[in-house]
Design a protein around this ligand. Structure first.
Ligand code: ADP
Ligand code: ZN
Length: 683
């Protein structure tokens, strides 16, 4: 495979902007150009004022011309020295004699044209005839490019339009390649990184700090690209696409590049927004072109950044119109993904900040069926990122990377790279020999100042509050029998949430009231901890409260789970949602019951937190220090949970079968499974 690569790689090393040696493909752009030219010609031919298209004219021998002049037919004589022709414009009175038609049919300025031998002879002849009184008009000369000038002026507006149009096309092509680019709008603008290529830059996993789980997940793709036989021989299928999900600057592009670097295959990179242009059909044609190029270089990786630009869910409402161009681009992408075989060796990686707004069709099996989360780095990961980016910088020996990592909660990998660069600049400005701690602190301050609105950078105090809050959830869920067992808690911001807790969801079809209440209590644990241990309540619990409120309404109004309204379901699926199927008095009762239920669980949470306050405090401290903690850490503080959930039981049994030590911490279940609850438990 590597061999094949080299062969492919040698001749054309860059295809940026679609400039390559091949002829531009015939596409609809040509049609536009042809139409424009045709229109131009028509406009010229149709113009009656032009001499050569003007009315009647006739080519005659020179002697006939002389004859006409002698007869006194000539009105005006024009000689064209370049062509050696002479035109004699006929007097209206003699049109019938010359052309045998009426004056009307002959048009404005009919003439006869003849070739003359020498200009001197012509002049002599004309002068002689003038003296004889046969001709009293004028003899003039013209050059043939006069006609060209006239044609030019006729075409000028059209040329101007074409020029402006080309200009616009080039601008839209943003740095498009020269005059040829108008024919190349349909070509993809993918940037190609490959061995021996122009943009060659070898990125490997070593350059990606942290992101252990993401790296592990893409490892399989590397293996496949390196040695596809191994998989195909066994009849295995390799995913065609992997979706990297995470906030900007966390190294998604870097990771995709590293996969290509590790596997030593070409890497096509394109942004989703590059597909979509003003012209209909361009996006789809670019997708086609990109895949065609990629297939030529297989095995390789296609990386599509910001895939949401094309992949946003299609409008299911025809009335809204939707964006047809984007949809046809998306459709083409789906078609291409389905079209090539699993084993063709092209793997598509895409990045997005939000997987939830993507069209469901993109996430279906056989397309981007694999989602890899690339989260903001936690403390240790930040340390690792710093180490990567400090390498090229001359740092002071006393610099404490640990401290830097601590000073940068909520920073992404790109932010950290930025800090390192900024620090070097600050040090240079002050004429220092090496970059010191002060420079880094100044750089952090500057970047925090610039970032505040963009990303979630926390102050120490906020961090503490979030830790208390998340520890509250963790403490309660650990100590209640029916709450979902906890896997991991973090105070690294994720999406719109400030922290998050992952739970192992129970495999269950029905949920009992006790389970729901325990979960509600755990969800309220965040706010309860804030109130108890900081003395303030904060906006951080809004998500929790929303969930709890919905849950309580569901339990009371739909599931008949309250004492005051037992066994009643007011679920209303009729068209008229605003018609409540119950009376005003019942509505009041529901509201009261909801309030009562939530208040009870809140008190319960507070009581439990007070009972376990030491444990809770230890957990919060640990969170502040480490930013992420796992079930084992919680277990160390509170001891083993006396209740084993069914899922845990299953896992444990599996572990024993596989010969794992029964003591080992519960393995992280597949992320997808935990994800669903995690998403909803974020706050
Ligand atoms: P994304 O595609 O997620 O927006 P990028 O991959 O473009 O982010 O990252 C931008 C830059 O940030 C990278 O070029 C790299 O310098 C730095 N960076 C981000 N994450 C990491 C990381 N985990 N390790 C090292 N550098 C990183
Ligand atoms: Zn919460």
């Amino acid at each position: 495979m590597a061999e094949q690569n080299k062969n492919n790689g040698a001749p054309q090393n860059t295809q940026r902007n679609g400039k390559n040696n091949k002829k531009p493909r015939m596409n609809f752009m040509w049609v536009y150009v042809l139409i424009a030219i045709a229109l131009g010609c028509l406009s010229v031919i149709g113009d009656k004022d032009l001499p050569w298209s003007a009315a009647a004219s006739k080519n005659v021998p020179y002697t006939t011309f002389q004859e006409y002049v002698k007869q006194g037919y000539a009105n005006k004589i024009v000689a064209n020295k370049d062509e050696g022709t002479v035109q004699m414009f006929v007097k209206p009175d003699h049109i019938r004699d010359v052309f045998k038609t009426g004056v009307d049919q002959a048009g404005k300025a009919p003439f006869v044209q003849a070739e003359y031998g020498s200009a001197d002879k012509l002049e002599e002849f004309v002068t002689a005839e003038r003296e004889l009184g046969n001709f009293n008009g004028e003899l003039s000369y013209k050059r043939s490019n006069d006609t060209f000038m006239q044609v030019f002026w006729n075409l000028f507006p059209l040329l101007l339009i074409i020029f402006v149009w080309m200009f616009i096309m080039r601008r839209m092509g943003s740095g498009g390649g020269g005059m040829g680019s108008i024919f190349n709008v349909g070509r993809s603008r993918a940037q190609l990184v490959e061995k021996g290529g122009e943009n060659e830059s070898k990125v490997t996993f070593k350059d990606v700090a942290g992101q252990a789980s993401a790296k592990q997940e893409v490892q399989e793709i590397v293996e496949f690209l390196k040695n596809p036989q191994k998989f195909t021989d066994l009849g295995g299928k390799i995913p065609k696409g992997a979706l990297l999900v995470g906030p900007p600057g966390t190294g998604k592009t870097l990771l995709a590049k590293a996969v290509a670097g590790e596997a030593d295959v070409p890497f096509f990179s394109m942004s989703g927004s590059d597909f979509v242009e003003m012209f209909v059909g361009v996006g789809a044609s670019r997708v086609r072109d990109l895949f065609r190029q990629a297939k030529e270089k297989a095995p390789c990786i296609i990386f599509i950044d910001e895939i949401d630009a094309v992949g946003r869910a299609r409008a299911n409402n025809a009335m809204m119109g939707g964006n047809d161009e984007r949809e046809s681009t998306l459709n083409q992408l789906l078609t291409e993904m389905d079209g090539f075989g699993t084993n063709s060796g092209v793997i598509i990686m895409a990045a997005t900040n939000r997987a939830d707004i993507l069209d469901k069709a993109l996430l279906r099996a056989g397309r981007f069926d694999r989602q890899i989360h690339v989260d903001l780095p936690d403390l240790n990961e930040r340390k690792a990122v710093f180490k990567v980016h400090l390498k090229p910088i001359k740092v002071d020996k006393s610099l404490d990377i640990d401290l830097l990592a601590r000073q940068t909660p909520g920073f992404s990998g790109a932010d950290i790279a930025n800090v390192c660069n900024e620090a070097a600049l600050i040090a240079a400005r002050h004429g220092k020999q090496s970059v010191t701690k002060e420079d880094f602190i100044a750089a952090v301050d500057r970047i925090v100042g610039g970032l505040e609105k963009k990303t979630k950078v926390m102050t120490e105090e906020e961090k503490r509050t979030i830790a208390l809050h998340e520890a509250g959830h963790a403490t309660i869920s650990w100590n209640l029998q029916y709450a979902n067992p906890l896997i991991k808690v973090t105070i690294v911001p994720r999406g719109r949430a400030l922290g998050a807790a992952w739970y192992l969801p129970e495999e269950r079809q029905i949920t009992t009231k006790e389970q729901m209440l325990d979960e509600m209590c755990a969800t309220l644990g965040g706010r309860a901890a804030e109130e108890l241990f900081t003395g303030h309540i904060s906006s951080g619990a809004m998500n929790d409260l929303e969930r709890v409120t919905k849950q309580a309404y569901g339990m009371i109004a739909y599931m008949g789970m309250s004492d005051a309204l037992p066994n009643l379901c007011y679920y209303n699926q009729s068209e008229y949602q605003w018609q409540r199927p119950y009376s005003e008095a019942t509505a009041q009762k529901i509201d009261d019951e909801v309030k009562k239920m939530i208040a009870e669980q809140y008190e319960r949470a507070k009581a439990l937190l007070l009972e376990k306050r030491e444990g809770h405090a230890a957990l919060a401290d640990l969170l502040v220090e480490r930013e992420v903690i796992y079930a084992e850490d919680v277990e160390k503080i509170f001891g083993k949970r006396p209740w084993v959930s069914r899922t845990e039981e299953l896992l444990e049994k599996q572990g024993e079968e596989e010969g794992a030590t029964p003591d080992s911490p519960p393995a992280l279940p597949n992320r997808e499974g935990a994800e669903s609850t995690e998403q909803s438990s974020a706050s």
